[in-house]
Ligand binder design. Structure first.
Ligand code: CA
Ligand code: CA
Ligand code: CA
Length: 656
């Protein structure tokens, strides 16, 4: 059995390697991401950002080619790529994206509640046909595990975790051994014989595939045919995001199989955040663990991963978790995105915007480490992109396949929720889009220490916020907002950030162990020592206390600020200027955003001698150098030189 699997794996590796090397020839090699790898931490450079909703990949791609939008939220499929790759109207860039497309399996419904049944289904994914005829060796890379096999993840990837390469014969053997056979030959379907001899018909598996994504609907069709071919009855539905989500992510979760998509991910914490049994909540909508994987051994492993004091402990726990996960297959990983993303080369002919017509679009950032997305459609593009050499002006039109589901910074769930909400709310730290280095955001600096929690080492974080931060209504943003946010996202029903704060000492009491010695300093005590503490606290979107303290955390969804007022008080680069449900969002530049003026290192709204002196202090440095300061690397090219000084000098004396 093992050798058969292994042969098949070798074969598929051969196919993949061959086709990938063919594909690689298509792209200019060099730095990953292909672009110049520079970006600015100041913006936004446009006055307005329009998010336009199309409800399908095809409709969005058509709008992109007609020039209605400048960039899409989705990687190019093979046909679009071929159509535009040599067309001077587009800039096409290679994509590095660590997301996951998989078949979610409901572990609470029979027969997919039986892990042997799930293993059999896993052997029915015809990866080779899917890769060659649907992805066409272009639009994705196959996955054989819940973690990616690519070099970027090699430290975390467990090559020994169980693999499932296509083998219908083996699938039938596993089914037969577990009692699933064609006991009643009056039809071709399998039945299950219970240990007491009673024979039960199998229910038709409720199988949903996404209509808005042609790759996923094709994947669903291939798998459905293979399920039926071995005698597993299905009720297969290709449907819109709304319909699929009503079954896969909302009560009563009446699905067996779903062509899901997740990520992209920056790190392995999602093994805990999504699949720890505490997040399997069938009596609540929008469960993070919507496959309802509940396994005590897995729980212990991902707890050891999430609350690991060091990387060695974390990697060991991570590898063990993958073994259990892939043995139990609560979902079957199939592929992750690859290929290319693109944007329009020039500003379109929109009436009233003649001043910008035909200017080249500059400074699209081809992200590898995602803020929201990877590729040219990530967060950093929306901060950086601008027509020609315009300092500030114009409209960036961004296509979205779907409307948001939660217009709420606390319960944000989908990619589209994140695309909008990450423009509105800031986090304490951010990550460099190319190398993942942690960079200052609302916190200008921080320290990580340990404290003695009753005889055990635990992590203590001290954040120093910039001192002139403001909310979009002009109210100061300070340390009490940060302390409030940590407690609120712990208390709130359906919070997306619970796992980031659950181990803050005393967070379940009225007086969490968080200190705010002054308006810009916040000290957070975790009850455990974990290497992820900075990522956890640093990635929670900070919300305004003066708005949310009047919204009971248990009613965060029903009485959220947007639901009651139609807008959101925020601190990010943009704010909401208008919305037509299901059609578009119009965002306007937030004039209170703290990072508007390139070179304003101190984020006090003006570029003066202090800013220039701060850059000069790091002159000649690079990452690892004792004087290195990523905050003053104005063009993000990993060295502090005359270009950085010149960029700040250009704005010298300017004030917002
Ligand atoms: Ca039968
Ligand atoms: Ca300044
Ligand atoms: Ca630089």
């Amino acid at each position: 059995m093992l050798s058969r699997v292994f042969d098949s794996l070798k074969k598929i590796l051969l196919v993949s390697t061959l086709l990938i090397s063919m594909l690689s020839a298509t792209f200019v090699h060099g730095q990953a991401g292909g672009g110049s790898n520079v970006y600015e931490k100041w913006g936004p450079r446009v006055d307005y950002l329009q998010l336009i909703i199309y409800n399908s990949y095809e409709a969005e791609a058509t709008a992109f080619q007609a020039g209605y939008i400048d960039v899409m939220d989705w990687p190019l499929d093979y046909d679009t790529y071929n159509l535009i790759k040599n067309d001077p109207n587009y800039v096409v860039e290679p994509l590095t994206m660590f997301d996951i497309y998989d078949i979610d399996i409901n572990c609470l419904r029979w027969p997919t509640s039986d892990y042997r049944f799930r293993q059999a289904i896993a052997y029915l994914i015809d990866y080779e046909t899917f890769y060659t005829s649907i992805l066409r060796a272009y639009a994705g890379e196959l996955m054989d595990n819940i973690i990616w096999w690519e070099p970027e993840w090699s430290e975390w990837y467990n090559s020994g975790a169980p693999k499932y390469w296509y083998d219908p014969t083996l699938a039938l053997e596993i089914l037969a051994a577990a009692g699933y056979q064609n006991w009643d030959p009056s039809d071709t379907w399998l039945e299950w014989k219970a240990p007491n001899g009673t024979v039960y018909d199998l229910p038709s598996l409720e199988f949903y595939a996404r209509e808005d994504d042609p790759i996923r609907s094709a994947l669903g069709t291939i798998i459905n045919d293979d399920l039926n071919a071995v005698g597993i009855p299905t009720s297969f539905t290709i449907a819109s995001e709304d319909v699929c989500w009503a079954h896969a992510y909302q009560m009563p979760y009446d699905y067996h199989l779903y062509t899901a998509g997740m990520g992209p991910f920056r790190d392995v914490q999602f093994l805990y955040d999504y699949y720890h049994s505490q997040f399997a909540t069938p009596d609540e909508d929008w469960a993070w663990n919507n496959v309802f994987f509940m396994n005590d051994t897995y729980d212990s492993c991902v707890e050891a991963l999430k609350f690991a004091p060091d990387e060695a402990t974390a990697t060991e726990a991570c590898k063990e978790a993958q073994e259990i996960f892939m043995d139990q297959v609560p979902l079957i990983p199939v592929y992750h995105s690859a290929g290319a993303t693109a944007y329009r080369a020039k500003y379109g002919h929109h009436s009233g915007e003649e001043a910008y017509w035909d200017k080249p679009w500059n400074s699209f950032v081809n992200t590898i480490i995602p803020t929201v997305n990877s590729g040219v459609m990530d967060w950093w593009t929306l901060l950086n992109a601008h027509p020609g050499d315009v300092t500030r002006g114009g409209v960036l039109r961004f296509g979205m396949i779907n409307e948001l589901d939660h217009v709420n910074p606390v319960t944000s769930y989908s990619t589209w929720d994140a695309i909008l909400l990450n423009e509105l709310y800031g986090t304490l730290i951010m990550r460099d889009p190319y190398n993942g280095e942690k960079i200052s955001w609302l916190a200008k600096d921080w320290t990580i220490e340990t404290w003695d929690n009753g005889g055990k080492n635990a992590t203590k974080l001290t954040f120093n916020l910039y001192e002139n931060l403001k909310w979009s209504d002009g109210t100061p943003l300070n340390s009490t907002d940060v302390a409030f946010t940590m407690k609120y996202v712990y208390d709130a029903a359906g919070s997306s950030y619970y796992s980031y704060v659950e181990r803050i000492d005393g967070i379940d009491t009225a007086t969490p162990h968080i200190e705010t010695p002054d308006s810009h300093t916040v000290v957070i005590y975790y009850s455990v020592q974990t290497m992820w503490a900075l990522e956890m606290a640093g990635s929670v979107p900070i919300i305004p206390k003066h708005v949310w303290e009047t919204i009971p955390p248990e009613l965060v969804e029903e009485q959220g600020e947007f639901v009651t007022t139609g807008n959101l008080t925020c601190s990010g680069p943009y704010l909401i200027a208008g919305h037509l449900q299901g059609e578009w969002w119009l965002l306007r530049r937030n004039s209170y955003f703290f990072r508007q003026l390139c070179g304003d290192i101190t984020c006090d709204g003006k570029v003066d001698i202090i800013d220039i002196a701060t850059i000069a202090k790091a002159y000649g440095s690079y990452p690892g150098h004792p004087k290195w300061n990523p905050n003053v690397d104005l063009d993000g090219n990993n060295k502090i030189d005359i270009i950085d000084i010149a960029k700040a000098a250009k704005n010298y004396g300017k004030q917002i």
